[in-house]
Design a protein around this ligand. Sequence first.
Ligand code: CP
Length: 358
Amino acid sequence: MRTNNFLGRNWIDAEYDFTKEEWETLIDVALYLKRKYALNEDHSYLLKNKTLFMIFYNQSLRTRTTFTAGINQLGGFAQVLDPGKIYTPAIKGEEEAYSTERVSDVARVLSRVGDAIAIRMYGPPAQWIYGKANSYIKEFAKWADVPIINMECDKFHPTQALADMITIKEKFGNFKGKKIVMSWAYSGSVEKPISVPQSVILSATKMGMDVVLAHPKGLELDSEVLQKCKKFSKETGGSFEISNSMKNAFEDADIVYPKSWGAMNYFAQIDENGKKIKDENLKDMNKLFEANKHWICDEKKMKLIDKNGIYMHCLPADRDMEVTDAVIDGPQSVVFDEAENRLHAQKAIMAMIMGGRM
Ligand code: CP
């Protein structure tokens, strides 16, 4: 691999577009930057005077703060652009006079004045139409001539996945032979994207882990993503299975990652011409969730996993629904390591795609 094969690239469908070797490089760079940060060694020359624009169509604590702190530590500057305070970037057909601005124009303006554009969009801004938010981000990429960073869309949350792989590497030293269970868990809120579980199973199969996806019937993920997981596990010598039992899946796991997500079958749908063919079905989604309230990660289920096993969650967690306090605040929980590693993961991504050497 050349010294830096990353310069100028977009980080959007990163689980598809970046190779295993490239993910490993990013993990190495992140851990290198983490050591520098811990030793208070200056690394602010890496992105000196570079500007990152961040557009958040949704709320955020971790992503917003870690990107801001990260670019500051690398010597650059972050500007948050909240839709509503700027002319909301919109695509053709969804524009409102003097309230929105076409994505193609926003992308070209920001490319003239800064060095990367990061976007978060899922759910309501894309009317819960699966794939629409991902296409919005790709519309920015079509027009921008600076890298575009996906800060979570309706399909993927690749910066979260990279932080999670860093956390696993820190805890276990390697990926091979480690069993990770990405499990659905109950929540009182049904409107949740499927981006985190999809990014976790894709990145874990890419790294060669033994991956089990567990969920009740009716909470399947995107079949295209499942096919990719099978392909990755074949290439890397890992494994990929699907289970409909949280308890069976947890048996002897090294890592459990119980997290709620919405039911794809009940999301809104459009046809190939963009015409809505199905509304979101909240009533049936609620029924499905309420029938599976027992999918909670508690101390009893944690006894099933390996004695050195860990509990992961991207946060925010729905306590007493997805997980009990005893587990998330207990000795096997690594959730704050994951949150911290968002900082180091994103610094590595920014340093490699916005700076560095060819
Ligand atoms: N995990 C995560 O993306 O957190 P935020 O929604 O707070 O950014």
